[in-house]
Design a protein around this ligand. Structure first.
Ligand SMILES: O=C(O)CCC(=O)C(=O)O
Ligand SMILES: [Fe+2]
Length: 202
């Protein structure tokens, strides 16, 4: 059974345990989303990082930027990031999502997928700074991309969610401990997408 082809109306493949994710489509209007997409593409100090994966330096196939409370710094696959200070737009988005997440975030990692060649490989966000069972709020603007989830020990247990323009995906529970996720490359031409993952760094 190919669960990836079994999207329900919500754009989530059937059977995905609901203690792992909560998906909210259209949290932002199309006007707001278009504004944020253009604003972030034009004004965020994007960087293409080299990170160490399985002992080898790899250029991340997307652009990233890290924002948050001063004093926090974030380790991602062996590299440490110093955050830029919050912008008014990022604070406005943070205030919109916090009532749904029931927590206050102190940092956000922005990802810019310029086209279908940009991606994020299978990983879980399980750095110790994020704590056990971290709640991560993932906001998407622009091109719909498929977010794949698979169980670390049983790759046949896999699901997918279409992350739509203006949506928010809450990642929670055991998602980072027992599962991993990715945004795969696409052979069909794709338009730009910005993703923001709000996190608590302890
Ligand atoms: O772009 C996405 O939807 C996911 C990004 C992600 O997994 C991450 O930043 O850790
Ligand atoms: Fe992630």
């Amino acid at each position: 059974m190919d669960q990836l082809n079994m999207f329900g109306e919500s754009g989530i493949s059937t059977g995905l345990p609901d203690d792992l994710v909560a998906y909210t489509p259209q949290l932002f209007t199309n006007t707001e989303s278009a504004h944020y997409l253009q604003k972030f593409i034009a004004t965020i100090p994007w960087e293409q990082r080299t990170v160490v994966m399985y002992g080898k330096p790899v250029i991340t196939p997307r652009l990233t930027a890290w924002f948050g409370d001063s004093g926090k710094n974030y380790a991602y696959t062996g590299t440490r990031f110093q955050p830029h200070p919050w912008t008014p737009e990022l604070l406005a988005i943070k205030e919109r999502i916090e009532p749904l997440a029931h927590i206050r975030f102190n940092s956000v990692l922005l990802n810019y997928y310029r086209d279908g060649n940009d991606s994020v490989a299978w990983h879980s966000d399980n750095e110790t700074e994020l704590g056990k069972q971290p709640i991560i709020a993932s906001v998407s603007f622009g091109q719909v991309r498929k977010f794949d989830i698979r169980h670390k020990k049983d790759h046949d247990r896999k699901y997918a969610i279409r992350l739509e323009n203006g949506s928010m995906l809450l990642m929670k529970g055991d998602l980072q401990q027992h599962w991993e996720h990715r945004i795969a490359k696409s052979t069909t031409p794709l338009k730009p997408r910005i993703n923001l993952t709000f996190r608590i760094i302890v």
